[in-house]
Design a protein around this ligand. Structure first.
Ligand SMILES: Nc1ncnc2c1ncn2[C@@H]1O[C@H](COP(=O)(O)OP(=O)(O)OP(=O)(O)O)[C@@H](O)[C@H]1O
Ligand SMILES: [Mg+2]
Length: 254
């Protein structure tokens, strides 16, 4: 595993909250130009793993790196390499949507024409124009999600970490995000996202990792996981994996 081709690398990462082991001994990688979906039932450890990668939580043991930068040794350097999107991250309610994106662009060292052009590019890309001057505190769920994406991406980093990016979005907004993820993949980005929606895994993911009780129990392309399970589709294959009915027969060695 590992090697110089990975852009995102988890190496035996374990995260405990007191006596709860939320993520255990997690090892996997995401390469440039690859979309990787992290699946698992509620409480499986997806958000915890992604937050460790995004430098928001310290691993208990093991670690992770982005673009060769170790997240524990150099969190600031690691943050330059990533965009992190999570519904739990708040927006500044008293800034307008555009002001918020500008603010985060400045934090990332953008200024002048470069900043203005990047902000307008993102406003166009995510259809923010009609509410760009509205305060973040007054936006709908889907509008907030678009602004959160623009904010996360303002520095155009090589690795995208998206925790349930389409949660609460309508079909059209979901489609905007799918199109965006495909474009970013074509530009050579590594995209790691969590989801509960098997249709979006089928549409987007090159590879899938399935977490159960904090550990990776299967990994492969969606087609591989379906074939190994003997089931008709990914949703059924997933159910088998997380209920453990087939045990090692379908579990790939991670
Ligand atoms: N701050 C915390 N303190 C204590 N336990 C926590 C904390 N955050 C998460 N946990 C526990 O860690 C485990 C993993 O939670 P996590 O949020 O990573 O799961 P998840 O896979 O993202 O679930 P979901 O699909 O519901 O978003 C759960 O058992 C959860 O209760
Ligand atoms: Mg979660």
């Amino acid at each position: 595993m590992g090697g110089f081709t990975s852009l995102i690398q988890f190496t035996r990462l374990t995260k405990r909250y007191g006596s709860v082991v939320a993520v255990r001994d997690l090892t996997f990688e995401v390469r440039p130009g690859e979309v990787y979906a992290l699946l698992g039932p509620n409480g499986a450890g997806k958000t915890t793993a992604l937050r460790c990668l995004a430098t928001l939580l310290a691993p208990s043991s093991g670690g992770a790196s982005v673009g060769g930068v170790d997240v524990a040794a150099d969190p600031i350097g690691a943050r330059r390499q990533i965009a992190f999107l999570s519904a739990s991250m708040g927006l500044y309610e008293r800034l307008s949507a555009r002001e918020l994106v500008v603010y985060f662009g400045r934090l990332h060292g953008l200024e002048g024409t470069r900043l203005r052009e990047r902000v307008e590019e993102l406003v166009d890309m995510f259809g923010i124009g009609t509410f760009a001057n509205r305060l973040c505190g007054r936006l709908s769920t889907g509008q907030r999600q678009r602004v959160s994406l623009a904010r996360a991406l303002v520095h155009d980093p090589p690795a995208l970490i998206l925790d349930e990016p389409t949660l609460g979005l309508d079909v059209l907004s979901g489609q905007t995000i799918y199109d965006f993820i495909r474009r970013e993949r074509a530009r050579g980005k590594a995209v790691l996202f969590s989801t509960h929606q098997m249709d979006e895994v089928d549409l987007l993911a090159d590879r899938v990792g399935v977490l159960r009780d904090g550990g990776l129990v299967a990994e492969g392309s969606p087609a591989e996981l379906v074939a190994r399970s003997g089931e008709q589709n990914l949703a059924r294959a997933f159910l088998r994996l997380v209920t453990g009915e087939l045990g090692d027969a379908v579990a790939a060695a991670p």
